[in-house]
Design a binder for this molecule. Structure first.
Ligand SMILES: [Zn+2]
Length: 154
C-alpha cells in the first residue's frame, strides 16, 4: 500500500520532535486509560488507538469521535495525525505498548473488522450468558451462553 509520509526531521528541530513525540505519547496513554473502560468514550478511544495501530483489522467510525470529550478528541486527532503524516505507530510511544495494545484488541474484539457486522446473539441478547436453570424461577444462576459460547455475537 502506498504510504505518504514526511520525515519528522524535515519539519521539526530535534527539540521540537522530542516535544511532539512526548505529546503523542501522553495522548496515547490517556486514550488507552479510557479505552480500558466499558464506556462509549472507551469504545471510541479504543477505535482510534487500534485503527492507528493496525488499520487492516480495526477501522474507526469517524462519527464515533463525537463520543469523546474535547480533550480526548484533540488527543485522538493528534494520534491520527502522527500516524498519517509521520507513520508513528501508537504502541511504539509507550512502555509495554505491544502488551497494552494486545489487551485492547482482546477487550474490543467485538469491533474488529471481521466481527463488527456480525449479529448480536439472539439466545442471550448479546449478554454472553443465559440462566442456568430455566425450570426454577428463583434460581438466578447464570452460565455461558451455549449458542455463542460467551462471545455475544454470531
Ligand atoms: Zn449468546
Amino acid at each position: 500500500m502506498f504510504q505518504m509520509s514526511f520525515g519528522l526531521t524535515a519539519l521539526f528541530t530535534e527539540t521540537e520532535e522530542g516535544s511532539y513525540r512526548s505529546r503523542c505519547a501522553e495522548a496515547v496513554q490517556r486514550l488507552a486509560t479510557v479505552a480500558l473502560c466499558d464506556t462509549s468514550g472507551g469504545f471510541a478511544a479504543a477505535q482510534v488507538l487500534l485503527s492507528a495501530y493496525n488499520g487492516q483489522n480495526w477501522q474507526l467510525a469517524i462519527t464515533d469521535l463525537s463520543l469523546l470529550d474535547p480533550g480526548l478528541l484533540d488527543r485522538s486527532l493528534l494520534v491520527i495525525s502522527a500516524r498519517a503524516r509521520f507513520g508513528i505507530e501508537p504502541h511504539t510511544l509507550i512502555d509495554n505498548g505491544d502488551r497494552l495494545f494486545n489487551r485492547l484488541g482482546s477487550k474490543w474484539q467485538r469491533y474488529r473488522i471481521d466481527n463488527r457486522y456480525k449479529t448480536e446473539c439472539r439466545e442471550c441478547y448479546g449478554s454472553g450468558e443465559v440462566f442456568a436453570n430455566l425450570d426454577d424461577d428463583n434460581d438466578d444462576t447464570m452460565k455461558t451462553c451455549p449458542d455463542c459460547n460467551g462471545a455475544r455475537y454470531q
